[in-house]
Design a protein around this ligand. Sequence first.
Ligand code: NAD
Length: 327
Amino acid sequence: MDRKALEERVQELNDLLKEYGHAYYVLDRPTVPDSVYDSLMQELLSIEAENPDLIYPDSPSQRVGGEILEGFSKVVHEYPMLSLSNVFNEEDIRDFDRRVQAGAGQVSYICELKIDGLAVSLKYENGTFVQGSTRGDGTVGEDITANLKTIRTIPLKLAEPVTIEVRGEAYMPKKSFMRLNEARDENGEEPFANPRNAAAGSLRQLDPKIAASRNLAVFIYGVGGDGAAFGQDSHSDSLDYLASIGFETNKKSKRCKTIEDVLAYIESWQERRQDLDYEIDGIVIKVDNYEDQEQLGFTAKSPRWATAYKFPAEEVHTKLLDIELSV
Ligand code: NAD
């Protein structure tokens, strides 16, 4: 591609990704399948890697999430809520492992299911739930405390009087999603495209009665800020601690000593993902030990000590929409 064509393609990718990102993050109504968004983003990232002068400051590759919806109070995150880099195949995973080993030597990993919902941050003061927010643009999120209080799996009081901020994924179980879309269909309302958008659409409503009626749930997957501040040496120990003070953590996570164990975990869940009663869109691979994590650090957008393996798109048939959707 000559220079002019390359510049035009970069502009086109910026425009398309901004348009799709707005529909997904702000309106909770995606207009294209995730696989389309992901492949355009990969194309942009690879052009930008070879032509750093074509990275615009407002490029979608440089940003986390979307803007804030009007009507909600803003919450400035004490610790930024970042995104994750994505990997799509075995070669990418082995490259990630090589980069990690180059930065921190031999490490252990922890693999977790990548729950397909929306990221939330929950703040507790002396053991009492005081504020819950969305990720927003990573720095500023929406205050959705009233909506989060309607979710039964979020403890309002912890087993210890600890002041802590935790991060997790709010999601809609598959059964609740099916029931909700059936009801919407009967009422002549447009069905939600998938449980992720139904969960996000439910939590970003000003009336908490709507969230209360939607049977949402949350898995907590980590501490905001310095995990070691609570006396643990590793992410896996922190997950045990979080469960011990009352949070619902996902019990399917697994410590993996080698990248071969990581690959085996991914393969086993790729085959069985349909058996779960919630949607997952991949596997999150995290370096387990906090000292190793610290050594690897962060880019502007994501930690270098973690990555998300995204499952390949699969064709599914949704009875309600009566169209083939690629997810
Ligand atoms: P991401 O979804 O690739 O990864 C980051 C998120 O993973 C975190 O914020 C967290 O919410 C979530 N997560 C789930 N389980 C987790 C766990 N166990 N540990 C840590 N995090 C966990 O990044 P993103 O920036 O939220 O979104 C990008 C993705 O959104 C793209 O890959 C794309 O598929 C989708 N998207 C789709 C469209 C569309 O039009 N269809 C538009 C924009 C984005």
